[in-house]
Design a protein around this ligand. Structure first.
Ligand code: ZN
Length: 320
């Protein structure tokens, strides 16, 4: 059973609700754009909002199940809290319906209004306990605040109690105009967002404080795997970090996906993070997703590692 832990879908019902201010534009299937909350996202494919089309694409790619979540530009962290709460509720309700109608092909990761951790706790509980969603998608930051800030502790404490699965997805890239050319805001900015996020959580006490959380970082963890040696060296020599037992290991709840676009990078990811930490992710159906994700894994790593990445590791992430 091949399981993709990182794919996206926007329930069409959300596009038909004017007060949510999300609109699909363009006529040709190859020229669709989404306008939402002051931004335009182009190169949209029909399978972003059509489960029927997306499931056929999954068949063609050999993917049995996919965890779907809203794209990160719709997390809603920049909105007023009560609006974001209503948005998250509507999005999660719609996602839950689509998962329920998918004959088990879709699992859903909901969103929460993380700018208000109390509301976020309530919506996470609703997602897990009432809607049957499998986990929660969160951003790498919330309006400039990193996830290790104490303000988010109530959310992660409850996530730990619920043994919640979390997908961390870069959002709100914060590197200014230097990344304004060549789509670098996505190509590099997303990877750097994730790198900063993991580094702060790992060098801090996050994984010791919340040992039950299973957390998957998008896009192979960005540059984190390549910087791991540097971070470990720093943790030995720099007093700002502080040596602690187990500091140099990666925790059991730590996962990364396969969206790295290079077989050598995938093999290095396995070397650095351990095979059991690597999960099939696709970022489908965006143009920066893996074009043929299962084949990419099969052509990049030995047979035993293929089975782990495509099947047993995602299963363990969801059910351990
Ligand atoms: Zn994504």
């Amino acid at each position: 059973m091949v399981i993709d832990v990182h794919g996206h879908l926007i329930p069409e019902s959300l596009l038909r609700t004017p007060e949510f201010d999300i609109f699909l534009e363009g006529k040709a299937k190859a020229d669709l754009r989404i306008k939402a909350w002051g931004i335009t996202v182009d190169a949209i494919r029909e399978d972003l909002f059509s489960p029927e089309v997306q499931l056929k694409a999954m068949d063609a790619e050999g993917i049995d199940k996919r965890i779907i979540s809203l794209p990160p530009f719709l997390l809603g962290y920049g909105k007023e809290s009560s609006w974001a709460e209503a948005w998250a509720q509507a999005g999660n309700d719609a996602l839950s319906v689509i998962c329920g109608e998918s004959s088990g092909r879709y699992l859903g990761f909901g969103i929460v209004p993380l700018q208000d951790p109390v509301l976020a706790v309530a919506e996470m509980r609703r997602c897990r306990l009432d809607l049957g969603l499998s986990g929660i998608e969160i951003g790498t930051q919330v309006k400039g605040q990193d996830l290790d800030q104490e303000t988010f502790a109530p959310f992660f404490e409850e996530a730990d109690r619920l043994k919640c699965r979390i997908l961390v997805h870069p959002n709100n890239v914060s590197f200014g105009e230097r990344l304004s050319k060549f789509y670098l805001r996505n190509l590099i900015g997303n990877a750097m967002e994730t790198t900063i996020c993991i580094s702060r959580l790992w060098l801090g006490v996050f994984f010791e404080r919340y040992p039950q959380i299973r957390i998957c970082f998008s896009h192979g963890g960005g540059a984190f795997p390549f910087l791991l040696g540097r971070l470990r060296h720093g943790s030995r020599v720099r007093p700002e970090i502080g040596a602690r037992e187990g500091r140099l290991d990666l925790p059991s709840g730590f996962y990364v996906d396969t969206v790295v676009h290079d077989g050598k990078a995938l093999r290095y990811l396995i070397d650095q993070c351990g095979l059991k930490s690597v999960l099939l992710g696709t970022d489908s159906p965006f143009d920066m997703g893996l074009p043929d994700p299962v084949r990419f894994v099969r052509e990049s790593v030995p047979t035993a590692a293929q089975a782990a990445i495509l099947e047993s590791n995602p299963e363990s992430f969801l059910n351990s």
